[in-house]
Design a protein around this ligand. Sequence first.
Ligand code: ATP
Ligand code: MG
Length: 255
Amino acid sequence: MKNPFIIAVANQKGGEGKTTTSVNLACGLADKGRPTLLVDVDPQANASGIFVKVESLEGSIRDIFCSEKKDKDISGIIFRTKNEFLSVIPSHISLAEMETGGTNVDAPYILRDALQTLDRFDFIVIDCPPSLSIFTITALVAATHVVIPAQAEKFSIDGMKGLQNTINSIKRRINPKLAVAGALVTRLKPKTVLNKTILPVISQFFPVFQTTISEGVAIGESHLAKKSIYEYLSSSKQSQEYLAFIGEVLNELEG
Ligand SMILES: Nc1ncnc2c1ncn2[C@@H]1O[C@H](COP(=O)(O)OP(=O)(O)OP(=O)(O)O)[C@@H](O)[C@H]1O
Ligand SMILES: [Mg+2]
């Protein structure tokens, strides 16, 4: 049985580029003909909305966290997309209600156990919510790697420290194989002097990808058009940058 790389895209701070990075990482890998599954564990369901009509679907990630439906086959909540190599497990707004009911000791392991039965994907990309809630924990427990998008202008040292502590605890107690693939600087503005500003700070906590993602309107427009940046505007700077980022990820994971 083939073990997929499972990449959690996490940062408990809001608006750092997690969903943009998850969507374009998953689409870029699928565009290369690599079977990829995008899993949305954020109740906001932003990533899901790019690929499926969330309201009209029969199932969502909620089903695997829901104790009455625990034995449900995960393949029932995997939906195909127009890209033959990309499938999604969508989220649902109702997932938010479950966040407070976390007395179930199995909770951190549910996603890991469910994904372990899948052997037809090369990559599984998990878009996390902006919190260190059970859904981010469950993603980090399931993951082999974590990618940390960090907005160039507004990153937070306390946030980085908190995330590093969480990752280290999960590594120590539950998932020793979890590796930080790297932090990805997003929304970089032309005037920002990276080397003097955020780079020295982030690199205290995590390795940083060489590629950075520039700020640009094409990203917001691609979300509205429900497309990856490559499909929306392949000539955009961000399209080239996300491809370079994927090159770095593949190099790191597959050598
Ligand atoms: N490189 C970029 N250039 C311009 N806008 C961007 C860029 N990356 C992300 N954005 C915009 O920033 C906002 C936040 O991005 P995104 O949704 O990817 O972040 P997030 O970390 O998933 O947010 P949340 O924490 O709410 O889940 C979105 O409106 C998105 O369109
Ligand atoms: Mg998001």
